[in-house]
Every structure is written in C-alpha cells, then in structure tokens.
Design a protein around this ligand. Structure first.
Ligand SMILES: Nc1ncnc2c1ncn2[C@@H]1O[C@H](COP(=O)(O)OP(=O)(O)O)[C@@H](O)[C@H]1O
Ligand SMILES: N[C@@H](CCC(=O)OP(=O)(O)O)C(=O)O
Length: 367
C-alpha cells in the first residue's frame, strides 16, 4: 500500500488578509502534491479557505463574523477553491474530489463508514480527495470551526503515515512569535503536556481561526491514534516532500502507539455520549490501568438518558474523565443496580444479557 499522507492547508496559507484566493499559492501546493505522487506517496488534502476565498466576491470588506455571512461566503468560496485546485492539479495530470463533512457526520458510524469507503475508492483510482467542513449546513455549536481537528480525524481514519499541518509559522514556538521576539522553536515533541499547551495561543492572522492551540488539539488526536504530526510551513519547492520524509521546516510530534482500530477511534473522538457513569477509585483503576471491564458494583452514580448500546462517558470520583464506552444497560436498570456486587445484580434484574456495565472491548481510556 502506498504511504498515505494527509496534508492540511490553513486559510492563512491560501488567501490574502483582504480576502480572495492566492492563485500562486494554490499552484505552488498543486506542484508540491504532484511531487508527493511522484515519490510514491498517496496524498489526501484537507483545505480551509472557503470563507476567506468567498467573502470579497459577495461584497463583504472583511472576513465576516456572523454565522450566516460566513456560510454565504463559504458557499461561494468553496466552489472557487475547488475550481482553483482542479485547474492547478490538471497541469500535473491529477484529478481532485470534493468531500464536505460536518461534525455530526462523525457521530454516526454508518455515515463515517460510507465516507471511508468513498475515500478508499477514490484513492484506488488515483484521485486526490480534498476535504473541508460543510460550512453551509454546520450549526455553530457543532462546528469544527477550523480544519485542524478534521484533518486529525481523517488521518486516523485512513491510517495515514503522517499528518502534515501547514500554516504560516515554521513550527511551534515557546510563545506566539508575533508577540514575543524571544520565542524559540521546538524541533520535536514526544509528549503534548499541559506545559506545551500553555505555549500555544490562538490565531494571529486575520483569516485563520484555530491558531496553534487547535493544532495541538489535532496533534493530540492524531498521535493518540498512531499518526505522527508535522506542524510547519511550506512555501518553497521541496518543502512538502521534505516534511513528508522527516525533514522540513516545522515541529514534529512523535507517537509511540500503533494505529488505533476505527471502532476505538469512533468511540473516543467521534461518538456522542448520552450520559455519564461516575465510578469509585477501584473501578477507575480497573478500567484505566488494568484493562478490565466495568461492573455495576464500581458505579456510584448514573447521569443522563441512555439505552443499552449507547455511548456513555465515565468519570472518576473527582469528576475527572476516565474514558468512554458502550453501555450494556438502560439508564433506569443501571440506576437500580449501581453499587451492587455481581451475583446480586442478577437477583434484581432477572433477564440480564451481560453483567458488565461496559465491556473492555467496547471501551477507550481518555484520562
Ligand atoms: N506558540 C506558538 N507558536 C507558533 N505560532 C503560534 C503560537 N501561538 C499562537 N500562534 C499563532 O498561530 C497562528 C497559526 O494559526 P492560524 O492563524 O489558525 O493559521 P491557519 O489558517 O494556518 O490554520 C500563527 O500565525 C501564530 O500567530
Ligand atoms: N471551513 C472553513 C475553515 C475556516 C478556517 O479559517 O480554518 P483554518 O484556516 O484552518 O484555521 C473555510 O474553509 O473557510
């Protein structure tokens, strides 16, 4: 199988601060993607820029703030963006496909399964899949907003060899270099600690949205799913192929875990928990450290409205998130048996299918 590389390009790399597409930038990235193909890579692209590309064309003087204005801008800009990519890629004999997704698509295992099948078919036919958020239908509270998270989810789903997040900075600095001239750059990061998070600020440009913080969120999702991440800059010929093969101008975030099965990814990052189970210290240890299933005896409280087969969040005695899993009880049943040891659960609930409240195969630790 070819080496899959997911490349995310931010608005700040594609558009000018006054809005409108920078065609030279699109041509440059098309050339870099063509070089990846030549080296035997199979690239997938996640691109922002729809709002930034479209707002001037429909008469706004600056990047709009209201949701409906952004959506209108994206409706115009997305078409301009794809047209520009198609034309630029055609110069190298490549064809692009547009895939617009929303966060809610990821809540459904079936919809994501369909998207993955489509992507596999496109890749098998040598087509470049180009992803963006479906801005026109996304509801504000559920939006990815920036595409950093989307790129991490895509990288995990296709089991990419690397995720390359391109932006206007050549990596993660100890502080936003726009504000701190003494900031220094990190070449490699093995662990995205809280201390690293504190260094990352929001967006410094007038067209980007996520800033370095959302890139770190994305790096955390991807590295936990087994995909190493490069965050940096590409503006000269060869920069992207260098980033793909371990060099480049940026910061590399390493991973120590093998790629995560799609089912676990869905549970951890895509599913929508419908309730929460609060567990005692022993149950928390059994789940988080010993790889065991959760039994009703370790549950101290039950929250939310859920049925057997739904996803629930599990929290520790201090309210800390331990992980998520598929629950084997309806909410009312679990409430009746929480805190009760194994054999006595069967006395309360006679037609029980499974004793475990959450089976370890249907569980992911997130602490
Ligand atoms: N610690 C940091 N290191 C580097 N850049 C940072 C840091 N903190 C905040 N930033 C800002 O993040 C910006 C890149 O994010 P963003 O504007 O969202 O771009 P994009 O459109 O490429 O996603 C940089 O221009 C920079 O101002
Ligand atoms: N889906 C939006 C992304 C918005 C955005 O600015 O994202 P980013 O540049 O990745 O911080 C668009 O295409 O305009």
């Amino acid at each position: 199988m070819s080496k899959r590389i997911v490349v995310k390009i931010g608005s700040s790399s594609l558009t000018s601060s006054q809005g409108g597409l920078n065609r030279e930038a699109v041509a440059y990235f098309a050339g870099e993607l063509a070089s990846l193909y030549k080296l035997g890579y199979q690239p997938l692209l996640v691109t922002s820029g729809a709002v930034a590309a479209g707002f001037r064309a429909i008469g706004y003087s600056e990047r709009p703030k209201k949701l409906y204005e952004k959506q209108a801008s994206a409706a115009v800009g997305q078409a301009l963006l794809m047209q520009a990519y198609q034309e630029a890629l055609a110069d190298y004999g490549h064809v692009a496909a547009q895939i617009l997704l929303t966060r809610t698509d990821f809540h459904s295992r079936q919809r994501i399964g369909n998207a993955v099948m489509t992507v596999e078919e496109l890749l098998a036919r040598g087509i470049l899949p180009i992803f963006n958020e479906n801005d026109t239908v996304s509801v504000d509270e559920l939006k990815f907003g920036d595409n950093d998270t989307l790129s991490a989810l895509v990288a995990n789903l296709v089991k990419a060899e690397r995720l390359i997040i391109l932006t206007d900075m050549d990596g993660l600095y100890s502080a936003d270099p726009r504000n701190d001239p003494n900031a220094f750059k990190y070449e490699t990061i093995d662990e995205i600690s809280d201390e690293i998070y504190r260094m990352a600020g929001g967006s410094g440009s007038s067209v980007g949205t996520g800033g370095m913080r959302s890139k770190l969120d994305a790096a955390r999702i991807a590295t936990r799913g087994g995909v190493p991440v490069f965050i940096g800059r590409a503006s000269e010929a060869g920069d992207l192929t260098a980033a793909a093969s371990g060099g480049g101008r940026g910061t590399l975030f390493t991973t120590r875990v093998a790629s995560m099965p799609v089912k676990k990814q869905w549970l951890g990052y895509l599913s929508r928990p419908l309730g929460a189970l609060i567990v005692d210290a022993g149950a928390k240890r059994a789940l988080a450290e010993e790889g065991r299933s959760l039994l009703p005896v370790g549950i101290t409280a039950v929250e939310g409205q859920f049925h057997e087969g739904d996803v629930v969040e599990v929290r520790g005695p201090e309210g800390d998130i331990v992980g998520r899993g598929v629950v084997n009880y309806d909410m009312e049943d679990l409430q009746r048996v929480c805190g009760i040891p194994g054999p006595r659960v069967l006395e309360v609930l006679k037609d029980l299918h499974r004793l475990e409240a959450i089976h370890r195969d249907e569980w992911i630790s997130l602490g």
